[in-house]
Design a protein around this ligand. Structure first.
Ligand code: HEC
Ligand code: HEC
Length: 184
């Protein structure tokens, strides 16, 4: 099997880049190498070397650096990408998932473009902004009207993606959503 380093080299076409990357890799002490270098816009850390290569072959990194979701949603995404042809070996799946969930999980360095914004005042607004603002802006919520059944389905999907509110808090959120963004 090819190593992550030879993959880094194979993934970049120009000799100049290869030289630069090789120099950067050689400069890494073993401890740093294990940690993984920053790759382009991707923060360094365990797994960055694999992700920097295998996840940038078909689309730019911002296809995933602009998303925030929890480990089970990232795992599903990685499996989906494997079905589309991403070269992630069985032993690499968990390191890749861990890297993605660590650097692009709920509430982690949420990009400015995704920053929450404010919703109309009302009971439950703070809960919505706190929990739903971990991954995306409020316009995503305010941009459409949904029936109660649709909001239930959206809440269920957001929970799988990693939204943390449960029990009474989740009920208060759903009540707010139905009151302000319910189908008319
Ligand atoms: C073999 C090509 C290929 C590779 C390699 C690949 N992807 Fe994708 N990816 C796609 C395609 C095609 C789409 C668009 C799918 C769609 O529109 O439904 C996509 C879409 C995505 C999306 C959704 C973007 C959005 O705006 O909704 C994410 C997130 C994503 N990829 C993450 C990854 C990650 C993480 C990796 C590395 C494990 C990866 N991709 C590797 C082909 C690839
Ligand atoms: C862990 C990250 C995360 C959290 C937290 C989160 N979402 Fe999302 N949300 C996403 C992602 C990723 C998408 C786009 C993919 C999708 O629609 O499944 C999305 C899309 C949406 C959409 C558009 C989907 C549609 O079908 O119109 C709505 C509405 C939404 N979220 C509402 C919420 C609400 C309400 C909350 C809080 C209870 C919330 N989200 C919390 C990740 C999150």
């Amino acid at each position: 099997m090819r190593t992550a380093h030879s993959r880094v080299l194979a993934a970049f076409a120009t000799p100049v880049l290869k030289g630069l990357i090789l120099a950067a890799l050689l400069a890494c002490s073993p401890a740093q190498a294990q940690h993984g270098p920053a790759v382009g816009p991707l923060p360094g850390g365990e797994g960055s070397d694999i992700v920097g290569v295998v996840c940038t072959q078909c689309h730019a990194p911002n296809a995933f650096t602009q998303l925030r979701q929890g480990p089970s949603a990232w795992r599903a995404q990685v499996h989906d990408m494997i079905l589309r042809g991403a070269q992630v070996g069985p032993a690499e799946i968990e390191p890749v998932v861990k890297y993605l969930a660590t650097h692009f999980g709920p509430g982690i360095n949420v990009p400015a473009a995704l920053l929450p914004g404010r919703l109309p005042e009302g009971a439950g607004r703070d809960l919505v902004e706190q929990n739903c603002g971990l991954c995306h802006a409020m316009d995503r919520i305010a941009s459409a009207r949904h029936s109660a059944r649709e909001w239930d389905a959206i809440m269920a999907r957001m929970t799988v993606l990693g939204q943390p509110a449960a029990g009474d808090e989740a009920r208060r959120i759903t009540a707010y959503l139905n009151e302000h963004f319910g189908a008319r």
